[in-house]
Ligand binder design. Structure first.
Ligand SMILES: [Ca+2]
Ligand SMILES: [Ca+2]
Length: 273
């Protein structure tokens, strides 16, 4: 596990950073069912691509006052510089399989940049896309730092927000239909300087991130996850009843476990108050 996020250390911060803060694709008509729920929850109500919800039970309003972290429309590997946030998208994996875009390295200096959508989603023409397979140790994922100026990794105070929202869909109908959504904080991120990255201190390991699972469908659908739905306890540490400390977040990551073939698009990632 210790190498899990080593790659972002040399992520593509030298790539062009954009300043696009245009709000695209967010309006007040977004609804979804089973927000942030377990896989298969509310399967009767897939949200439509146009933003109108299906008829399934348990619909959840997507907040109208979303503060975008990145809508990908500027085509770069950076999140928008707004709200004190600065950071770059990166992929990460256990090195046993293949992932596109690949993990950044000196030998493979490919940034994680958005893809132009063959079919625009409303006014959105670009989104993040990653796919991969063949991982056998712990899997693969992608994400972005919330406060990573010049490639650093600092804590971000997200206490002004109540949760995160994004749009997602499968890139391939046969790919994994569940995806982990993780938040790293000062206690789980090596950059926090608290946890043990070596794995020797089993009571205090790094990478015991705040985590939840969301469903992926064939059509674009919004996902709204209140921070209180994230829980720890997945990396061997004692599960804790403590709430997430929103004043010290480091990154938001999306992941798949070993043995899963994955192919996912992500768009319009934001916080909501
Ligand atoms: Ca961007
Ligand atoms: Ca977009």
């Amino acid at each position: 596990m210790a190498t899990r996020r080593a790659a972002w250390m040399c992520a593509a911060w030298m790539l062009t950073a954009g300043g696009c803060t245009t709000l695209v694709g967010l309006d007040d008509s977004y609804h979804l069912e089973g927000a942030g729920g377990e896989a298969g929850a509310g399967a009767g109500g897939e949200a439509g691509a146009g933003g109108d919800a299906g008829t399934g039970g348990g619909e959840v309003d997507v907040p109208t006052d979303v503060e975008l972290i990145d809508d990908m429309e500027d085509g770069d590997s950076a999140i928008d510089e707004a709200g004190g946030r600065v950071g770059y998208w990166y992929s990460f994996n256990d090195g046993t399989g293949t992932q596109t875009p690949p993990v950044y390295s000196e030998e493979n200096p490919v940034g994680f940049i958005p893809e132009t959508l063959a079919e625009p989603r409303g006014e959105s023409t670009m989104a993040m896309h990653t796919f991969g397979s063949g991982f056998t140790e712990w899997g693969a994922g992608f994400g972005f730092a919330l406060n990573g100026p010049d490639g650093g990794r600092l804590a971000y105070d997200a206490s002004a927000y109540s949760g995160i929202v994004f749009w997602a869909k499968l890139g391939d109908a046969g790919a994994a239909t569940t995806m982990k959504v993780n938040i790293t904080d000062k206690t789980s991120d090596p950059a926090g300087g608290i946890c043990d990255e070596s794995g020797e201190d089993v009571a205090n390991p790094c990478f015991d991130d705040w985590s939840t699972t969301t469903h992926l469908g064939a059509e674009w659908a919004p996902v709204v996850i209140p921070f209180e739905e994230f829980a720890r306890g997945g990396e061997g540490a004692e599960p804790t009843a403590e709430p997430i400390d929103l004043t010290g977040l480091f990154a938001i990551e999306f992941g798949f476990t070993q043995g899963e073939d994955f192919d996912v698009y992500i768009d319009d990632v934001g916080f909501y108050p």
